[in-house]
Design a binder for this molecule. Structure first.
Ligand code: G6P
Length: 487
């Protein structure tokens, strides 16, 4: 069973009032859909619109159980606590987080609703996999009523260093919530380390490598029903929880197969032509989010145009910025800033035949994205902080021609694995400019050498491997065994 804020499908109400379903945005869904179809799973989540009661139904072999959110909960739990408190806090306070007690109360209430829904439909001893920062209290809430369940939690976004995390007024409650799980997965080694440190500092629990020892009250009538109960070195009873990295990936084969389709390759050629056949196409693909460093990317490109090092005749930047969390104030401001910058750069440097920045505020179907990746000579991933960044992996999986250059921020989780990318610090605008020039001028032999190494990595470590290794750790945990080694 999967429990996540979003279902793999969103309910959309058209202007004429008819309701339809369409795939949800975001990396989480793209990553889990293939696993769930293969496993005949139940998926518990929110249908993407407020105040809608939707009966459980089947979609593509997945049994969908929608959880209702009221308009006020959407504002307080989702837009508020999840996306205006936790999101900026967990992404290194790039934007200032807001702390509101009513938002926290709503977060607790909604997490309880998700936990109740999961508790009601899971079979005895079922494996429940809870996802992401919107639902960090669910593991402990679930364990409290269903100690028979095997509970996993995966955090798709970064877990911040203690100095930042400790700002959260509810920092202890969140740690307690997460420690209800048997296995807690993170994207990077550093995230798991930050979490263990927060556990030690805030709870005083002992950790041994990836194992966290959670003391059990021996008077607790449920004490005997917990898994992994052992005696610690002080003679106390503890439950052990495994907290380590499981870097997420994509269905690489699907991207590769699409990239080989003649009509998609034709579409890539057509895109080049529509852009006026520039020598170099650079591409950015992001949700319109302040963590993605879109402004830094535009600044670097704008300066290269201003200095005359690059010209809009030769180089076009295609920036796909898909709409996201549009009612949250920080996102509204970001959109204004980005669109102002794009307008200025285009006004100053575009010609009638060549647009400096083709800015697209839309989401696109996967086929179109693959064609864009194929058309792009240079892919720019300049995130200021990002759990993983699946776009980087999608670009690599798509390049069946072994060509294309990936410029990748070291602040994206993907940089731990994709070492042959051109790694950058997006705050260093001068360095970013030099790297963009290096990417544009890179000889084909070097492009191929780097891309081959990147592709090997992404094709071997795909999403099936990711979910298999997480589920393997969870299943082993059901048998009382926590694997200490990396899978
Ligand atoms: C990130 C988060 C996901 C989230 C997605 C889209 O990838 O890790 O949990 O679903 O962004 O954001 P949204 O707020 O639209 O669900």
């Amino acid at each position: 069973m999967i429990v996540s804020n979003r279902l793999p499908v969103d309910r959309v109400i058209d202007d004429d009032g008819t309701a339809t379903w369409r795939p949800s945005p975001g990396g989480l869904v793209a990553a889990l859909e293939p696993v769930m179809r293969a496993e005949d799973g139940i998926w518990i989540g929110w249908a993407g619109v407020a105040d809608e009661d939707v009966e459980p139904f089947e979609a593509d072999g997945i049994s969908i159980h929608p959880v209702r959110l009221s308009e006020q909960e959407l504002q307080e739990y989702y837009e508020g606590f999840s996306n205006d408190t936790l999101w900026p806090l967990y992404h290194d306070v790039i934007a200032p987080p807001s702390f509101h007690r009513e938002w926290w109360e709503s977060y607790v209430k909604v997490n309880q609703r998700f936990a109740d829904a999961a508790a009601a439909v899971s079979a005895k001893g079922a494996v429940v996999w809870v996802h992401d920062y919107q639902l960090q209290l669910v593991p402990a809430m679930l364990r409290a009523v269903r100690p028979d369940l095997v509970i996993g939690f995966f955090n798709h976004i970064p877990f911040p260093p203690y100095g930042i995390y400790s700002q959260l007024p509810w920092r202890r409650q969140i740690i307690d919530g997460l420690l209800g799980a048997d296995v807690i997965g993170f994207q990077r080694v550093a995230d798991a380390g930050n979490f263990s440190r927060a556990v030690r500092r805030l709870k005083g629990y002992e950790t041994r490598g990836p194992i966290i020892e959670v003391p059990i009250d021996s008077d607790d009538p449920e004490a005997g029903s917990h898994r992994h109960v052992t005696m610690n070195r002080h003679g106390g009873l503890v439950r052990t929880v495994l907290a380590r990295q499981f870097p997420i990936s994509i269905d690489a084969e699907q991207y590769q197969t699409m990239a080989r389709r003649p009509e998609i390759q034709e579409r890539a050629r057509q895109i080049r032509e529509e852009l006026g056949n520039p020598q170099t196409i650079m591409l950015g693909v992001d949700r319109l989010d302040y963590t993605k460093g879109i402004g830094h990317r535009l600044k670097a490109f704008g300066e290269l145009l201003a200095e005359g090092t690059l010209s809009a005749e030769d180089v076009t930047l295609v920036q796909v910025a898909s709409p996201s969390r549009e009612r949250v104030e920080t996102y509204k401001q970001l959109r204004d800033e980005i669109e102002l910058t794009v307008g200025r750069i285009n006004g100053d440097y575009s010609t009638l035949g060549h647009t400096a920045i083709a800015y697209l505020h839309h989401g696109y179907p996967r086929e179109e994205m693959v064609a864009l990746y194929l058309a792009a000579d240079v892919m720019l991933v300049t995130a200021l902080r990002d759990g993983m960044n699946l776009v980087a992996k999608e670009y690599v999986a798509t390049r069946v021609d072994d060509d294309g250059v990936l410029v990748l921020s070291e602040f994206a989780g993907a940089s731990d694995e994709l070492r042959q990318a051109l790694l950058i610090n997006p705050h260093d605008i001068e360095g970013l400019k030099e790297t963009i020039l290096q990417a544009i001028a890179m000889p084909r032999r070097e492009r191929v050498r780097r891309m081959r190494a990147l592709r090997k990595r992404v094709l071997t470590n795909d999403v099936a491997k990711w979910s298999a290794s997480f589920l393997d750790a969870l299943t082993r945990s059901a048998h009382g065994d926590h694997p200490l080694q990396n899978p």
